[in-house]
Design a protein around this ligand. Structure first.
Ligand SMILES: *[C@@H]1O[C@H](CO)[C@@H](O)[C@H](O)[C@H]1NC(C)=O
Ligand SMILES: *[C@@H]1O[C@H](CO)[C@@H](O)[C@H](O)[C@H]1NC(C)=O
Ligand SMILES: *[C@@H]1O[C@H](CO)[C@@H](O)[C@H](O)[C@H]1NC(C)=O
Length: 466
């Protein structure tokens, strides 16, 4: 049984490499995850160097109940926490240990079957980061709806087409956007002509998941009433970590190139800025996204990943290294021996703003931002956004049907907010990773308070330790 499981994992990994993009193609929901799970635990007492793809043997079974929305309970009466990580899997913190594994899936040709009643082999360890072991989980009494097949043929055909097609400028499209509205301006970026469409899509994130599907979508999400709370009224009307009493706490804008590493850039940018905030701007590090792309098993290299698992879990479990240790080259190159050579800097206390994935809103984001520093956020990138030059972005809907783009989900860094004098519109100020020539010197503003392009959905916070 185990060896069959293993063969499955290997096949999955190989076929995944052939599919050029997306995180893991598993597509699991809260509904799939709520219920009773058996965690099949391997040999414990290992170090973080444990290779969970080798020699796995069940030594113990541990039954855990996952309750909606975020409570985990075991038979001994321990009460802990769990969260979905987007549609990719779930993390459990219970009885002094943390468990994370990606959900299981299999690929046959263009068909992906998400097996959301099982996980792949993942990692368990004490909350103090010792005593590692491998595990995988199976759901007890699955309803059958946890297993779903999704045909990726259309997506693969589109990706093939995009791989062989250079970007072609389209003045009409730019003019259309600019005459349809006055909140923001679009421009043609000449450097896009160096990219294929596939590369441009890669740069802007992972394919999106329908809103109704990924998270619990709590009612409090868009609750404008929270704007009337006392705390909110006394909040600063505007805030910008680039200029707090004339001090800039935000590290320089970078360029991720044609690699789907936005999640690594967003994660490093959060660490860098929050370290500046904590050190009163005396420690200004630039961290290495390449180390994440090449070395982290919690992400899929240039094919995507999640700030929760990188700024958060990878930062806490393994630590981050500085740019000089492993300079960025924007490719899936092998992990160099940076682990021993360079000092690793850790993070701690990572969480989704609101407590768990799906509980985020504008107000909670503002509070987290002002109190603790810039936060990692994600939003949906449509074709028009790629041409943003300045102003307050709001999706126009233009070109969605004829433009050969994919809607993607892109991770960036929230650094501030404000209200526009002229239009009266509330906005967020966000740091992108497409270089300084893009947008407003590498930054953009986007409508605030209306979950524009799902930007008030998936905010992640961490605390740098050293
Ligand atoms: C995830 O599943 C939903 C519902 O079945 C489907 O609409 C969506 O296209 C899937 N997304 C991906 C990326 O497979
Ligand atoms: C754990 O569960 C598996 C699968 O249900 C079973 O084969 C195995 O015997 C159990 N192992 C222990 C140590 O309880
Ligand atoms: C920072 O903000 C203050 C107050 O709005 C302004 O006077 C100052 O010029 C700003 N500094 C920078 C470096 O932009």
């Amino acid at each position: 049984m185990n060896s069959r499981y293993f063969a499955g994992v290997v096949v999955v990994l190989f076929s995944f490499l052939a599919l050029c993009k997306s995180d893991t193609p598993a597509n699991c929901t809260y509904g799939d995850s709520v219920g009773t799970w058996v965690l099949h635990l391997g040999v414990d007492g290992m170090t973080k160097k444990v290779d969970c793809s080798k020699n796995f043997k069940i030594t113990n079974n541990y039954t855990v109940h996952l309750l909606f929305p975020d409570k985990a309970v075991d038979a001994a009466g321990n009460v802990g926490f769990w969260t979905m990580v987007y549609n990719q899997g779930f993390e459990i913190v219970l009885a002094g240990r943390k468990y994370f594994a990606f959900s299981k899936y299999v690929k046959h040709g263009s068909k992906v079957t998400s097996m959301c009643d099982q996980t792949q082999l993942g990692w368990a360890h004490s909350t103090d980061n010792s005593n590692w072991q491998c595990y995988y989980a199976t759901k007890m009494h699955p309803s059958g709806t946890e297993i779903r097949t999704h045909d990726l043929r259309e997506q693969i055909v589109l990706q093939e087409f995009q791989k062989h097609r250079k970007y072609i400028p389209n003045k009409d499209y730019i003019n259309q956007i600019n005459s349809a509205q006055s909140l923001w301006t679009a421009t043609e970026y000449p450097e896009y002509e160096d990219f294929t469409l596939a590369e441009l899509n890669m740069r802007s994130g992972r394919p999106t998941v329908p809103k109704s599907f990924a998270g619990p979508r709590l009612r409090m999400k868009r609750d404008r009433l929270s704007r009337n709370s006392d705390e909110f009224i006394y909040f600063p009307k505007q805030f910008d970590w680039r200029n707090v009493s004339n001090v800039n706490y935000v590290s320089p804008v970078r360029n991720q190139g044609a690699c789907g590493s936005c999640y690594a850039f967003s994660s490093m940018a959060m660490y860098e800025a929050r370290l500046r905030v904590l050190s009163k701007n005396s420690v200004k590090r630039v961290m290495s996204p390449q180390d994440v792309v090449s070395c982290s098993e919690y992400a899929q290299g240039c094919a995507g990943g999640f700030p929760y698992l990188i700024a958060g879990k990878y930062g806490e479990d393994f630590g981050l290294v500085e740019e000089s240790c492993f300079p960025y080259n924007g490719k899936d190159e092998p992990c160099k021996e940076t682990k021993s050579k360079c000092r690793r800097h850790s993070t701690t206390n990572y969480y989704y703003v609101g407590g768990f994935y799906g509980a985020c809103n504008e107000y909670l984001m503002m509070r987290e931002l002002v109190k603790n520093g810039p936060i990692s956020i994600s939003f949906e990138v449509y074709g028009d956004f790629k041409h943003y030059k300045g102003g307050i972005y709001q999706h126009t809907g233009l070109g969605d049907s004829y433009n050969p783009w994919q809607i993607t989900n892109h991770a960036v860094l929230l650094v501030g907010y404000g209200t526009d004098q002229k239009s009266g519109k509330d906005y967020w100020i966000v740091k992108n990773s497409w270089g300084t020539k893009w947008g407003e010197n590498g930054f953009f503003r986007i409508l605030r308070g209306v979950d524009e392009c799902s930007i008030e959905n998936e905010a992640v916070a961490v605390t740098p330790v050293d």
